[in-house]
Design a protein around this ligand. Sequence first.
Ligand code: AR6
Length: 178
Amino acid sequence: MDRFSIVVGDITESDAEAIVNAATESLLGGSGVDGAIHHAAGPELLAECRTLHGCPTGQAKLTKGYRLKASYILHTPGPVWRGGQSGEAEKLASCYRSCLQLAADYGIRSVDFPCISTGVFGYPAVQAAAVSLRAIMDFLRDHDTPRRVRVVCHTKDSAKIWRQTYNFWFAETKADRL
Ligand code: AR6
């Protein structure tokens, strides 16, 4: 899938047209990637977020990117991990689908995601990677926009998990290419 890749980095430095924020339902900022994005985008971001009146888990809302290189931010609150029997997987998949659908609606050509829910919200990394990759791949199969999607892992260890999961489930085999 040449429209998709997994990279290591700081998503606040992304050159994608839109980056995704692993937000909280209030959309009023927090720690982790949310805090880093608000810090890098500047106070105008919080001012716009206040006008949005929050966002339910699994859905997404769009703001401008302000001082970021990215033109837009897609804010999505991921599920809190409660052991896996509380609809976490469906909600996590919904975060990715909602962001990608919003990007498609706005004609956004490139989107970078962080590993939603895998920090403060405690979603186990391997399970999150499998669910998230399935949601991304299903969307890209069915839609032409966005053209490019990346997962920006904050650490090499997390990128290793995502790449192994991708290779196990999604990498094309030689037989697929024949
Ligand atoms: N670039 C890329 N990834 C990052 C960055 C960065 N600059 N900083 C952290 N990560 P988290 P959550 C990774 O906790 O679990 C906030 O308080 C991090 O290593 O940011 O969805 C919100 O306001 C991890 O893999 O988000 C919510 O209340 C991933 O981003 C809550 O935390 C997600 O970790 C959301 O929790």
